[in-house]
Design a protein around this ligand. Sequence first.
Ligand SMILES: NC(=O)c1ccc[n+]([C@@H]2O[C@H](COP(=O)([O-])OP(=O)(O)OC[C@H]3O[C@@H](n4cnc5c(N)ncnc54)[C@H](O)[C@@H]3O)[C@@H](O)[C@H]2O)c1
Ligand SMILES: [Zn+2]
Length: 381
Amino acid sequence: MAYILITGGAGFLGGHLAERLASRGDRVRLLDNLSPQVHGSRGLEALPIALRCDCEFRRGDVTSPSALDRALAGVDAVVHLAAAVGVGQSMYRIAEYCRSNLQGTAELLQAILRRRQRPRGEAPRRLVIASSMSVYGEGCYRCPRCGPAAAAPRSREQLAKGEWEPPCRQCGGQLTPLPTSEAKAAEPHSIYAVTKLAQEQMALNFGRAYEIPVVALRFFNIYGPRQALENPYTGVVAIFCARLRAGQPLLLFEDGEQRRDFVSVHDAVGACLAALADATPAGAYNIASGETITIRRLAAAVAEALHRPLRLAEGRRYRIGDVRHCMADISRARRAMAYEPRVSLSAGLAELTGWLDSQAPPAGEILGLANQELRAFGLGG
Ligand SMILES: NC(=O)c1ccc[n+]([C@@H]2O[C@H](COP(=O)([O-])OP(=O)(O)OC[C@H]3O[C@@H](n4cnc5c(N)ncnc54)[C@H](O)[C@@H]3O)[C@@H](O)[C@H]2O)c1
Ligand SMILES: [Zn+2]
């Protein structure tokens, strides 16, 4: 039995992880500031999780040294999930994202070090940190002329003209997307992505210096029950579900042919458990389903799972900073930590809809909020 601290433990992934850890007999402590954007009016959303899985809940901020000192007492390992998570929003709430994600991680590492330096020195022996596919920017591509190729970020002008596919950086030719491995150079396209890359690099460097194994999990798009439907900045699956249930059409950015990888929250939890195992080597790992799907096909799959008619709103809209394609190569996680995704997209969507049936639909007007805000800052077209 281990004693695990989960920062951001009242959130979507944190809650599921807490339940799995507690059900296998670990002791679990949660540290979460119950950010209003995530928890809304259900400010005590954390309590059902704490009660369900019998864990300790501490309301506190990861930027607070004293909250961290208390939260770290006696724990064997930390899973650091606390973060502000909206990609688009990070582009206009820059200081807030840097405070939670960068300062929060810095304070956590500093607090671990403080514990290590104490006379009896009991500090956590392992750190797992949530990184993101967003660190890559565009995924890997192949050019028929140049071979493996990097894609140039798309300019505002290209997007305005509806030129969705990024050109080859060398010859300007058309590219084919490929699965992206951890060897791809990071090229973050948003403030959020910059903070995720910095978080993982800070933690990995800290781990090497102090011989604490650190595992950074580069999650692709996670979906599943208890995903925040009222938060207009969270994942596309939640947004599609909320809009379908409100009888609204699904907004496809660009032409809907962007490729992504959607991974069930249960598989993301499985990756956290694997990362906590002593045998897992330190490093960064892609965590995804290994299957790729276009956003257009995802829209159809979600509508089918919810038994709602599919209505699409296609206005050739776009968001500055969006990547065109990012698909995961998960062979490193498979090899090094025996990670194996188990939930197919159809099974995962069926589970999600079962959960949705027990939920009140979110208020209609909140759903357009994120897009209005992006346009107000000149970040959407
Ligand atoms: N959900 C995804 O698709 C996805 C993909 C890639 C990476 N991630 C990463 O996984 C982690 C968990 O994501 P999630 O989907 O569960 O998000 P979430 O928003 O549901 O959970 C994050 C939790 O952190 C808390 N939090 C935020 N700022 C805090 C602070 N300063 N101090 C203490 N608590 C704070 C929030 O209240 C929330 O409960 C995040 O680090 C996120 O960047 C998620
Ligand atoms: Zn080329």
